[in-house]
Structure formats: structure tokens, C-alpha cells
Design a protein around this ligand. Structure first.
Ligand code: COA
Length: 167
């Protein structure tokens, strides 16, 4: 398995996997599939273009993109010490083989190398048992629960807010 940063040339593979995640796991993500479906491929490529504060990692199995996650640093003078982890998703047929572990491990390793980034934050729906265990294993501590954070097909879903101190 290869883990590398995605760029504009990966836009269509990323688009397909991200859309699959939003469609199959609506409780896992704050974004919704219908809105994402309307995003032009150019805009997806733009988001993948290298920048100081944002990067997306992909996991490749035999050349096929099977897992993704995005790092986004806050940009405000008072919030630049924080960064967020978004969009952790592994294709169903690639699960249970350490793909997410490798992706998150690499994201954390890179985050530690960015000067001034002190903590990582994320939100995870309480329905996502595998993801919660993954974040436990990497040391993300729950610091709050947002009741009814999402409303998915008329059902409310609570989200845990978690942080990992890097320093
Ligand atoms: C969560 C997810 C990314 C895990 O991907 P994966 O590649 O299968 O995970 P890994 O094989 O690397 O396993 C990492 C850890 O996750 C946990 N885990 C994975 N699959 C699990 C399962 N079926 N049940 C419980 N815990 C599980 C375990 O703690 C595991 O570590 P361990 O093997 O040392 O016990 C994947 O299940 C997924 O895409 N889920 C839907 C989307 C989602 O919930 N994303 C999170 C958004 S915040």
C-alpha cells in the first residue's frame, strides 16, 4: 500500500471515492452527497492543489485509490495552532487491513513537522464505531459531545468532538 499526498491529477479518483463515502455513510459526514455531486471537477482539483494549510492524503492499493483524509489548518492569528482532520474514508472492500491506521498515522506525522501546529481536532458521529476506535487508538480525546449535531433523513445524530495534542 502506498500513502501519498493527492494533487490536481487525482481529482477524478478523489471525487469518486469522496462521493461514495457521502452516499454510503451519510451519518459519518457533515457534508451531503447531493451538494457534493454538483461540485465541478475543477473545483475538486483546486482543493487538492498544494497549499501551506491544507493537504489531502490518499492510500493506494495496486494503483487504486482506496482511502482518503484531509488536514486543514486554521488560518486566524489566534487559531493557527489548531488544525482539523476531515473526510476519513476507506472503501468497504479495503477495510480491516490497516488503511485508515496508516493514513491517520501519516497525517499526524506530517502535522508534527509543521511549525506552530499544536493540536488536531475532529468531530465523529457516535454511530461510527470503527472510526471512534481508530481515533481512540491514535490518542484523540473526547472533549465534548454535540447533541443532534446532524439531522440525517429525519434522524438526529450526536457528534463527539475530539482533540490530539501534538506538543
Ligand atoms: C473508520 C474507517 C475509516 C476505518 O478504516 P479501516 O481501514 O478499516 O481501519 P483499519 O483497518 O486501519 O483499523 C484501524 C482501527 O479502526 C478500528 N476498527 C476498524 N474496523 C473496525 C470495526 N469493524 N469495528 C470496530 N473497530 C474497527 C480498530 O480500532 C482498528 O485498529 P485495530 O485493528 O488495531 O483494532 C472505515 O471503517 C470507514 O471508512 N468508515 C466509514 C466512514 C467513517 O466513519 N469515517 C469517519 C468519519 S469521522
Amino acid at each position: 500500500m502506498l500513502i501519498r499526498e493527492l494533487g490536481e491529477r487525482d481529482a477524478s479518483a478523489y471525487y469518486a471515492l469522496r462521493l461514495e463515502g457521502l452516499e454510503r455513510e451519510p451519518r459519518a459526514f457533515g457534508s451531503d452527497a447531493d451538494s457534493f455531486r454538483g461540485t465541478p471537477l475543477d473545483a475538486v482539483g483546486e482543493r487538492l492543489r498544494a497549499s501551506d494549510n491544507v493537504f489531502t492524503l490518499g492510500a493506494f492499493d495496486d494503483g487504486r485509490l482506496v482511502g482518503i483524509t484531509t488536514f486543514a489548518r486554521e488560518t486566524g492569528a489566534k487559531t493557527r495552532h489548531k488544525a482539523n482532520v476531515f473526510g476519513v474514508y476507506v472503501r468497504e472492500d479495503a477495510r480491516g487491513r490497516g488503511v485508515a491506521n496508516a493514513l491517520l498515522g501519516e497525517l499526524i506525522r506530517r502535522a508534527r513537522q509543521i511549525s506552530g501546529v499544536e493540536q488536531l481536532h475532529l468531530a465523529v458521529s457516535v454511530t461510527q464505531t470503527a472510526a471512534r476506535r481508530l481515533y481512540d487508538a491514535h490518542g484523540f480525546v473526547v472533549y465534548g459531545v454535540e447533541p443532534r449535531a446532524l439531522k440525517v433523513h429525519g434522524e438526529y445524530v450526536d457528534e463527539e468532538w475530539r482533540a490530539l495534542r501534538l506538543a
